[in-house]
Write a protein that binds this ligand. Sequence first.
Ligand SMILES: *[C@@H]1O[C@H](CO)[C@@H](O)[C@H](O)[C@H]1NC(C)=O
Ligand SMILES: *[C@@H]1O[C@H](CO)[C@@H](O)[C@H](O)[C@H]1NC(C)=O
Length: 201
Amino acid sequence: MKVKAMLSALLLLVLATGYSDANKITSCHSCSGINCQRTGLSLVQKCVDSLDYCVTIYDNSKVLYKGCSLEIPAKLRHRCDSPHDDSCFKCNSDNCNNVGSTRFACVQCDSSKDANCAENATSLKPTVCTAPTAPNSYCYVKASGSGSNIQRGCSTTVTDQQSCLQDANCLLCSSGDIHACNSLNITFDSNTGNRFIRFLR
Ligand SMILES: *[C@@H]1O[C@H](CO)[C@@H](O)[C@H](O)[C@H]1NC(C)=O
Ligand SMILES: *[C@@H]1O[C@H](CO)[C@@H](O)[C@H](O)[C@H]1NC(C)=O
């Protein structure tokens, strides 16, 4: 009896060890509340449970939480219960969750690498941005080199957004309002003042 108990304990130990060897503990990008808006702070956490996955929770485009799913603050947990709630992004590889909301995807291209970027950007598929640190996530389209170069992408930090605002040849728009909003044609204009285009629904 005693030997049998010891044997099964040993078997359990072997099984448990085999189990944890086979499953890598997931690590996720991590932040909570106002810390998600700090650009200098880039933390990663190891999930306690080796079968956990990573999440990012948004309020529109603003990030409220990044981390392991089992450690979501109680008041945000309901957002991840429904598979159709796009305010909770889920993924299951290491540090996969530094991602913005799918609603705020932008066309991302450079006309020096992709000819369609300049005047055929409506043919390019918008892709999801990295998680913003700014309260809003915008798309931009920018002309430089007297209009010879066009760049399109995500503007996810306050610094990037301010510098686009101050550049007469850079436009910001919200893809939460219009799908692929930064696919419009822009012409280089050295005479225009500061512009800020935020399309309305
Ligand atoms: C952009 O400009 C090109 C060339 O003039 C034109 O063919 C295309 O229809 C324009 N696209 C949009 C979205 O206005
Ligand atoms: C725009 O892109 C589409 C898809 O790649 C392509 O079929 C079309 O010929 C392009 N149009 C121009 C004017 O380059």
